[in-house]
Design a protein around this ligand. Structure first.
Ligand code: PHE
Length: 342
């Protein structure tokens, strides 16, 4: 883990490289407010670890990393530009052992600013030669995971007529809301940002307050905001939980508690891998859009296998997903794709 104060911005930046066992550490740039810089460091460490398992479970030859920009309340557009420039230099100083993409608080526009200081960044706007935002591919992967979860829990992968509580209407959550509604689900949405109410009414979806997310009875709960939403005392009123947020559980033990209470929780790092899978497939391996999206949709078969194995062996889906990721980490040869280092 490396910590640096931006020379231009004065803001604290953290880069965590959890693993480079399979290749350079890949992970997004998270730009948000934290209570203090220590919280930013902790988040970067946890998120980079999740990236390692995400990328290993997806069978890609990369490691896991993450960067965090600890914003203060009053981040002006100038400060944003300054800190992204600072971060670009920081990333470049690592010589290609960390490759950045977007995460909460950043997107293609921010990647273009970082790109002025380093080539080690993905997801530039399409008119600048990148593959653009990974939000839609992430949502496509989550939808495949939801369908697989629904097959296991309800015996039918369709969401038509199901009540879905969706927490978080950000760039991935917004896509999920649209697609779930279009597929005929009854979607109840929530966001800490009151301004997202406009999107909810545009889509004709019922708004619930963030405090009511867990209390509301639903068929499927979809966490699509920040992590730490499922703790040992969280009462979940849905038999299936599957979403886009990273690090949904406060500790791994929560996976067992949920399973004991009959709640099927699809591991977040499997369900939300679509953005990373799509981006790496296209920008490193040079696959076309259709082939890359086919890989993203294969998340559905992975979830089918994990849930079947967990049910057959009396384990949790998290245990099965970790076993898969660890096996790949142990057997995977160290392969650094040359284009990643170019
Ligand atoms: N934010 C993405 C995630 O959590 C990270 C990412 C996106 C990395 C796109 C690379 C490319 O999975």
């Amino acid at each position: 883990m490396m910590l640096r104060r931006g020379r231009r911005s004065g803001l604290t930046m953290v880069i965590a490289q959890h693993s480079t066992a399979l290749g350079p550490a890949v992970g997004g740039i998270r730009l948000r407010r934290y209570a203090g810089w220590r919280d930013g460091v902790e988040d970067a460490l946890r998120l980079s670890e999740a990236m390692t398992y995400k990328i290993a479970a997806a069978g890609l030859p990369f490691g896991g990393g993450k960067s965090v920009i600890v914003a203060d309340k009053t981040i002006t557009p100038e400060a944003r530009q300054a800190v992204l420039t600072d971060l670009g230099e920081f990333i470049d100083s690592l010589g290609g052992t960390y490759l950045a993409g977007p995460d909460v608080g950043t997107g293609p526009r921010e990647m273009a600013i970082v790109r002025r200081r380093t080539p080690h960044v993905f997801c530039l706007p399409e008119d600048q030669g990148g593959t653009g935002s990974p939000s839609e591919p992430t949502a496509i992967g989550v939808l495949a995971a939801i369908a697989a979860g629904a097959r296991a829990v309800f015996g039918d992968g369709s969401v038509t007529g199901r009540t879905v509580v969706l927490s978080g209407l950000g760039s991935v959550g917004g896509h999920l809301a649209r697609e779930l509604a279009a597929a005929g689900a009854r979607v109840l949405v929530s966001d800490v940002d009151e301004e997202k109410r406009a999107l909810a009414s545009e889509l004709g979806l019922r708004w619930i307050s963030p405090e009511d997310v867990m209390g509301t009875t639903a068929d499927i709960l979809v966490p699509a905001a920040v992590g730490g939403v499922l703790g040992p005392d969280t009462v979940v009123n849905a038999p299936l939980v599957v979403g886009a947020a990273n690090n949904q559980l406060t500790t791994d033990a929560v996976a067992e508690q949920l399973a004991r209470r009959g709640v099927v929780w699809v591991p977040d790092f499997v369900a939300n891998a679509g953005g990373a899978i799509y981006t790496l497939s296209r920008e490193i391996e040079g696959l076309g859009q259709d082939s890359a999206l086919a890989r993203v949709r294969a998340i559905g078969s992975t979830v089918d296998e994990l849930l079947t194995a967990a049910a057959a062996r009396g384990t949790t889906p998290l245990h099965e997903a970790m076993t898969l990721a660890r096996a790949r980490l142990e057997t995977g040869s160290r392969a650094i794709p040359s284009r990643a280092l170019a």
